[in-house]
Design a protein around this ligand. Structure first.
Ligand code: ADP
Ligand code: MG
Ligand code: ZN
Length: 476
């Protein structure tokens, strides 16, 4: 029997507002424990939460960017559970009436086609504190700085059908929150978290199977690996005529498998109810229009523009707009080097190749957009050849020097002067009578050999087009 995976993701994005969601404590990360706290976020009796308008506007931006319908009236609800990092004994979230529903994002599949992934809902909630376990002293400590930091939760429809699609969806969401400037979207640091729900169904049936929920997935790689593992585990279970149990499972990063954390019976009963301390949130059309007018260009729009304005292939545009910083980098270069495809090739090839090899992001690039533009201008103006440009690029990474400085220092300026190249060609030809004869007898492959010899004689500085032209003239 053939099975189809069914995946729905719940993503929590920490919002970058200056202050917390219901009090004016700072959200700044990395402060000494329990220094960004007040009676409100510590859940003292008798205090009242006051909603931070910036949180609502960040959630509205996300809702508009994902084509959601913003509710004219939404509500906050109490989600009751006891845990030491939750001082009130409940978390303020949204339940029956979230701020936004019925949206979607587009992902690009491996074959380049688009797929729509439905967004069920987006709601706002507060983060919990952080427990720090000290095994040496067998004690646990709690830091309440994170308590009350705003989050949005983005719940997808079960439209995702493979681990790769899940990865593409998450990357697209992260790219959107970053373009919007509402979240760092950093999975490793916990400002972007994902729970993955997964089931499998027989290909010929539309009925969804029993799902499990995977937690502890703090990188894109883990999400994809955990899903792949879980899909094959569930197929195994069903193939043996056993039943998949609805449960929460954790990803074991060391053993590369998921294991059961709690079953449905042990699941919390959150006893949600509307928070009596907070009035319903009303959002009118004028407010929505104001936020809409303020939205920046989004990844998909920028991709379309890159294809139109710079005549880039879809693949290039997709890669280059995958992050706002990378797209900015490309545009900065193109403003100085009027050859978009050349810039694209270099950014995608040499630059991203280097960054990937070193596990770095574009923000950590050793070569700034300005430095890259200087190098590519030399190449585009035929001052240096492509081969030399690669050497200069490596040298720039190594020494931090500018392209111009390296080219001058090492005398790497390309020789385009035909008479100078002709002299070298003549010398090469007269020194290799056997090869010349073979070439004239039909061994046309030898052209590469002659070009190589000329390049060797000129330390790679001869312009390859000119070399080819002169060789063809001379050898007939
Ligand atoms: P809960 O609140 O218990 O987590 P929800 O109904 O809100 O449950 O669903 C959470 C997520 O699970 C959603 O992203 C949804 O798309 C996904 N989901 C629901 N049913 C299935 C299923 N049978 N297989 C895979 N994912 C599912
Ligand atoms: Mg869930
Ligand atoms: Zn506070």
């Amino acid at each position: 029997m053939e099975f189809v995976p069914v995946i729905g993701l719940e993503v929590h994005a920490q919002l970058k507002t200056r202050t917390k969601i219901f009090c004016s404590c700072s959200t700044r990360f990395g402060a000494p424990p329990n220094t960004h706290v007040c009676p409100v976020c510590l859940g003292m009796p008798g205090v009242l939460p006051v909603l931070n308008q910036a949180v609502v506007e960040y959630a509205m931006r996300m809702a508009l960017a994902t084509d959601c319908r913003i509710a004219p009236e939404s509500r906050f609800a109490r989600k009751n559970y006891f845990y030491p990092d939750l001082p009130k004994g409940y978390q303020i979230s949204q339940y029956e009436l979230p701020i936004a529903e019925h949206g979607h994002v587009n992902i690009t599949q491996p074959d380049g086609s688009k797929k729509k992934i439905g967004i069920t809902r987006i709601h706002m909630e507060e983060d919990a504190g952080k427990l720090i376990h000290d095994p040496d002293r067998s004690i646990s400590m709690v830091d309440f700085n994170r308590t009350g930091v705003p989050l949005i939760e983005i719940v997808s429809e079960p439209d995702i059908e493979s681990p790769e699609e899940a990865g593409a969806y998450l990357r697209q969401l992260r790219s959107i929150v970053r373009y919007l400037g509402i979240s760092d979207g950093n999975m490793e640091e916990g400002s972007f978290r994902c729970d993955a729900n997964v089931s499998v169904r027989p290909k010929e049936s539309d009925k969804l199977g029993t799902r499990t929920e995977l937690k502890n997935l703090n990188s894109f790689k883990f999400v994809e690996k955990a899903l792949a593992y879980e899909i094959s585990r569930q197929i195994g279970v069903i193939s043996e005529n056993r039943e998949v149990i609805q449960e929460t499972r954790l990803w074991d990063t060391a053993k590369h498998r998921t294991f059961s954390m709690r079953s449905k019976e042990e699941a919390h009963d959150y006893r949600y109810f509307p928070d009596p301390d907070l009035v319903p949130l009303q959002i009118d059309d004028a407010w929505v229009s104001r936020i809409k007018a303020d939205l920046p260009e989004l990844p998909d729009q920028r991709k379309e523009r890159f294809m139109d304005q710079f005549e880039l292939p879809a693949y290039d545009a997709d890669v280059l707009t995958s992050s706002r910083e990378l797209a900015d980098y490309f545009e900065t270069c193109v403003r100085q080097v009027a050859n978009p495809k050349l810039v694209s090739n270099w950014v995608m090839g040499n630059l991203l190749g280097l960054l990937n090899a070193e596990g770095k992001t574009i923000e950590e690039t050793p070569i700034s957009a300005g430095q890259m533009a200087e190098l590519l201008k030399l190449l585009n103006d035929d001052v240096i050849s492509g081969k030399i440009a690669k050497t200069v690029f490596d040298e720039m990474v190594e020494s931090g020097k500018s392209a111009k400085a390296i080219v001058e220092e090492k005398g790497l300026v390309q020789v385009t002067d035909a008479s100078a190249i002709e002299a070298v060609v003549d010398a090469v030809i007269s020194g290799r009578p056997d090869e010349v004869e073979a070439y004239k007898a039909g061994k046309k492959k030898l052209m590469g050999f002659f070009v190589g010899q000329v390049m060797k004689e000129t330390q790679g500085k001869a312009n390859p087009q000119v070399v080819n032209r002169i060789l063809k003239e001379k050898l007939g």
